[in-house]
Design a binder for this molecule. Structure first.
Ligand SMILES: *[C@@H]1O[C@H](CO)[C@@H](O)[C@H](O)[C@H]1NC(C)=O
Ligand SMILES: *[C@@H]1O[C@H](CO)[C@@H](O)[C@H](O)[C@H]1NC(C)=O
Ligand SMILES: *[C@@H]1O[C@H](CO)[C@@H](O)[C@H](O)[C@H]1NC(C)=O
Ligand SMILES: *[C@@H]1O[C@H](CO)[C@@H](O)[C@H](O)[C@H]1NC(C)=O
Ligand SMILES: *[C@@H]1O[C@H](CO)[C@@H](O)[C@H](O)[C@H]1NC(C)=O
Ligand SMILES: *[C@@H]1O[C@H](CO)[C@@H](O)[C@H](O)[C@H]1NC(C)=O
Ligand SMILES: *[C@@H]1O[C@H](CO)[C@@H](O)[C@H](O)[C@H]1NC(C)=O
Ligand SMILES: *[C@@H]1O[C@H](CO)[C@@H](O)[C@H](O)[C@H]1NC(C)=O
Ligand SMILES: [Cu+2]
Length: 577
């Protein structure tokens, strides 16, 4: 099984010697297995865009090591923090049943792993198959600390499609020609939007269209006529992306570790946090074709990185003839306009579960969450700390609460140990004020209230949440990620959600199962799930600048009856604050 195409350049391979290299082989044993890994967080020189950057990596690798596992397997990952920053790791999309201790968001389920400290994440994959990924979940460290987590079917269980000849994981990333932590620090000081990235990347490489990058461009070899599986992950920090392959169609077969009804498309849109599995058949004349990704940008009047990253789909039979003396570049695919919401929406709406699913119908918790940005007024608008629009500071909120992460304890540790004063459980189920969410919103409504508010859910309750984007500052597609759950996306639309007419159009037959879904710019999306995983689970926008401004909240899912419905005790090495 060939899985992950990582180019190790000669100048850095020496650095890798002597380090703990992690290579996963899937053994042929019929039983579930336990995979042991050591992830050493360390700064390493990485050359991109003509410059060498001291980059936070795992085991010196950028992107980090690929985890190849099977449904039912367990993982034991010892994280050794040899970097200068506090860090935690999150296993994005893994349900972590009754085990919030292994989820990772810093100050939510654990205190950070300090420099010099270690923590071992232990978890089992239960009934999940497809592509997930792992990433740092503290400040902006996930800009470079991320890697794939590919879950293969149990031994002897086939895919619900013909077995592909090869598999390749394509991690789409965002590269800053700076230390990303400094970019964040500057933004938090000025109150303005953070600087945009300098490049997008595919498996860490920007590709041919950037300075100094051409030679390192990722190449995907393919044999004429064969079909391969591409596991595409949007690991970019702040940007939704369009993705296409010149002259080729793709067949979508899975998203976020759930199989989908196959459908053919020329372009995919993928939000930060999401994954998309596609089958690709080499049915074109043997040649080299660009694989490319660039921004899908929905925020109005906001600067964004408008560059294009590329990899090369290389027909093997074309290699010899075209490698030498090849003067013309591969063909670039046509990507939609940056603001092509029609294409993005049509793609996302086309995704359906492979077969009929069991959507909860009798709803116990009917939640309506407004999501969006805001502006905090400054008493001294000319202060260097108020460089947001018209002397303000950017903020963001859900239901007018701008989420504040605790600093002296994690939510889960405080809850488990009964430590008071860390959070309250009065998060509002509906917005405190009703207004025309997508209309011209009165400026007096733009400033939310900071708070560390949780919403309590009874074990086993049936939950519906409608995420309503607002036009405060700007309408925008917010990719909302829920930890600890896979939810059904039952409906979506534009404008204001209409509770009397829209639910009639919900899909209860074959809605997709996801862990991250976009709110629709100036629109809404509705999800449903059963609160069957006790613990504290973060819900947030996966655009990291929005997350840091407060576009988040947390659910406190209470224990049910007995041990099998209760949070397991924390591991002995859980970091303390
Ligand atoms: C952000 O961009 C501004 C303008 O280009 C530049 O002056 C500043 O140094 C940048 N800051 C960081 C941290 O990259
Ligand atoms: C990208 O943005 C820059 C600066 O705003 C602009 O000069 C350039 O034309 C844009 N490029 C594309 C491909 O849109
Ligand atoms: C998209 O941008 C183009 C050019 O920047 C503009 O002409 C067009 O009106 C925009 N379309 C939408 C749907 O906003
Ligand atoms: C900033 O002020 C200008 C001039 O008063 C106004 O036109 C603009 O809408 C304001 N922008 C914001 C974001 O408040
Ligand atoms: C909300 O605002 C939009 C955009 O201005 C407008 O088209 C719509 O009629 C308004 N809706 C209501 C209920 O006022
Ligand atoms: C913030 O400032 C704007 C414009 O100066 C004003 O309209 C708004 O009411 C102020 N908001 C608050 C909460 O003071
Ligand atoms: C949010 O709360 C603040 C403080 O009560 C208020 O000024 C503002 O209008 C509220 N905004 C919304 C959208 O509810
Ligand atoms: C790192 O985490 C510890 C424990 O929570 C905290 O005391 C310390 O302030 C953190 N350091 C930074 C730089 O955030
Ligand atoms: Cu957002």
């Amino acid at each position: 099984m060939e899985a992950y195409n990582l180019t190790v350049k000669p100048w850095c391979s020496c650095l890798l010697l002597g380090l703990f290299a992690v290579i996963t082989f899937l053994s042929s044993s019929a039983n579930a297995e336990t995979h042991y890994h050591e992830f050493v967080i360390q700064a390493r020189p990485v050359k991109r865009l003509c410059r060498i950057h001291n980059t936070i990596t795992v085991n010196g690798q950028f992107p980090g090591p690929a985890l190849e596992v099977r449904n039912g397997d367990s993982l034991v990952i010892k994280v050794v923090n040899s970097a200068q920053y506090n860090i935690t790791l999150h296993w994005h999309g893994i349900r972590q049943l009754r085990n919030p201790w292994a989820d990772g968001p810093s100050y939510v389920t654990q205190c950070p792993i300090r420099p010099g400290a270690t923590y071992t994440y232990r978890f089992t994959i239960i009934n999940q198959e497809g592509t997930l990924w792992w990433h740092a979940h503290s400040e902006w460290l996930r800009a470079t600390v991320y890697g794939p987590l590919n879950i293969h079917p149990k031994l002897g269980s086939p895919y619900p499609f013909s077995t592909p000849k090869q598999e390749y994981t394509l991690l789409l990333g965002e590269w800053f020609d700076r230390n990303p932590m400094d970019v964040l620090k500057q933004a938090l000081f000025t109150g303005a939007a953070p600087n945009v990235s300098d490049a997008y990347t595919i498996n860490g490489q920007p590709g041919d269209l950037y300075r100094c990058s051409g030679k390192e461009t990722v190449r995907i070899p393919i044999e004429s006529g064969e079909t391969v599986l591409l596991r595409i992950v949007n690991s970019a920090l702040n940007q939704e992306l369009f993705f296409a392959i010149a002259n080729h169609q793709m067949t979508v077969v899975g998203v976020d570790a759930a199989y989908t009804k196959p459908f053919t498309t020329r372009v995919i849109m993928i939000g930060p946090g999401q994954t998309t599995n596609v089958l690709l058949t080499a049915d074109q004349p043997p040649a080299h074709y660009y694989i490319a990704a660039r921004a899908y940008n929905t925020a109005m009047n906001a600067p964004f990185d408008n560059t294009t990253t590329t990899a090369i789909l290389e027909y093997k039979s074309a290699s010899c003839s075209t490698k030498k003396g090849q003067s013309s570049r591969p063909i670039l695919p046509r990507l939609p306009a940056y603001n092509d919401t029609a294409t993005a929406t049509a793609f996302t709406a086309g995704i359906k579960s492979l077969s009929q699913v069991k959507v909860p119908t009798a709803i116990d918790e009917n939640l309506f969450f407004t999501v969006g940005l805001g502006l905090n007024n400054c008493t001294r608008p000319n202060s260097p700390r108020c460089q947001g629009p018209n002397g303000t500071r950017f903020t963001a909120s859900i239901n007018n609460v701008s989420f504040v992460f605790p600093t002296t304890n994690s939510l889960m540790q405080a809850y488990y140990q009964g430590v008071p004063g860390i959070f309250t459980t009065d998060f509002p189920p509906v917005p405190p004020i009703q207004f025309n969410y997508t209309g011209n919103v009165n400026r007096g409504l733009w400033q939310p209230v900071p708070g560390t508010k949780l919403y309590k859910l009874k074990y086993g309750s049936n939950v519906q949440i409608v995420f309503q984007d607002t036009s405060i500052v700007t309408t925008e597609d917010h990719p909302i990620h829920l930890h600890g759950y896979q939810f059904y996306v039952v409906g979506s639309g534009f404008g204001n959600f209409n509770p009397s007419t829209d639910p009639a159009k919900f899909n209860f037959i074959d809605p997709p199962q996801r862990n991250t879904i976009g709110s629709n710019p100036g629109g809404w999306v509705a999800i449903r799930f059963v609160a069957d995983n006790p613990g504290i689970w973060l819900l947030h926008c996966h655009i990291d600048s929005h997350l840091r401004w407060g576009l988040a909240m947390s659910f406190l899912v209470e224990n049910g009856v007995g041990q099998s419905q209760s949070v397991i005790p924390p591991p002995a090495d859980l970091p303390q604050c």
